[in-house]
Design a protein around this ligand. Structure first.
Ligand SMILES: [Zn+2]
Length: 286
């Protein structure tokens, strides 16, 4: 016969064993990447306990570097909106999170560069720091000036803003005066074409117009040369690449494509959205 004491001892030991087994399975599931993808409660607990699973992103970025050794090992991020007012918008990153990204990159020993540094690198007149990160912003949203720009100034970090030339001054977009003010304070402005339409759907003449006229319009506003382009939607073909080479020193796509070689005209960018705003942890230990 078991005494009451040994019975309760067995129950406690059993519970502890059960907890250990469950924790082990939880850890295994986390390790295999299952829970990190789970949008429900177990996934939320896993992400809280272990942090976001950044291994797939790290592997993708590493592969891009390995197959494109001639391109400097820079990390380019692509933001869209930065505002506290559109918390649920997937294209938006809240200002305090954006500031956290900058601080995490600083902590990890990164140097912030802009397209002017890349232009000098391409011309052979400048080397780039070993760990370089370039912050870029697409579409020219007014909140970039209102929220991102003050943070960049405070943190003493440059940003590169790709602007759609026909929308300058429109509702919700930056004005010519704001672009000039940012330029005067260490920021860089690039072209995101005239109309923000998919270039791969156009003929050579239309592509020429989008790339040339946007460059000229922005140069008129800024009073200096515009050397960089970001393709709307990131899509390119041979004609688009030829035209980009005619008018610009470099051009950016909108995603990281691990199996595609990078060139100065297909510089890959890591899109930062609400759903992957943990971006800084990818680079923390690199
Ligand atoms: Zn865009």
């Amino acid at each position: 016969m078991f005494s009451e004491k040994s019975k309760s001892g067995t129950v406690i030991t059993g519970l502890i064993c059960l907890c250990l087994v469950y924790a082990g399975l939880f850890h295994l599931a986390r390790y295999m990447g299952w829970l990190a993808q789970n949008p429900g409660l177990p996934g939320t607990i896993a992400r809280t306990v272990y942090g976001p699973d950044v291994r797939p992103e790290m592997a993708r970025l590493k592969h891009v570097r390995e197959i494109s050794p001639e391109i400097p090992p820079i990390t380019v991020l692509c933001y869209h909106e930065v505002t506290p007012e559109r918390g649920d918008d997937c294209m938006n990153v809240k200002p305090e999170i954006f500031r956290r990204h900058i601080r995490e990159f600083k902590k990890a020993g990164f140097t912030f560069i802009h397209v002017g540094d890349l232009q000098k690198f391409a011309a052979g007149s400048k080397t780039l720091p070993e760990k370089a990160v370039l912050l870029s912003f697409d579409d020219g949203y007014a909140d970039n000036y209102k929220y991102a720009f003050p943070i960049l100034r405070e943190e003493k970090v440059p940003g590169t803003f790709f602007v759609v030339s026909s929308t300058v001054g429109n509702n919700n977009r930056m004005t010519a005066g704001q672009l000039r003010e940012m330029l005067a304070n260490g920021m860089k402005i690039g072209s995101h074409t005239v109309n923000h339409e998919r270039l791969t759907d156009m003929n050579a003449q239309e592509i020429d117009f989008e790339l040339k006229a946007s460059k000229e319009a922005l140069e008129k506003i800024l009073g200096e040369s515009v050397c960089a382009l970001a393709y709307p939607t990131g899509k390119v073909n041979e004609t688009v690449l030829d035209k980009a080479k005619t008018y610009y020193d470099m051009a950016f796509v909108a995603s990281v494509m691990p199996d595609t070689k990078q060139t100065l005209y297909t510089l890959q960018r890591y899109g930062v959205f609400k759903w992957n705003e943990h971006i800084e942890s990818i680079f923390r230990n690199r």
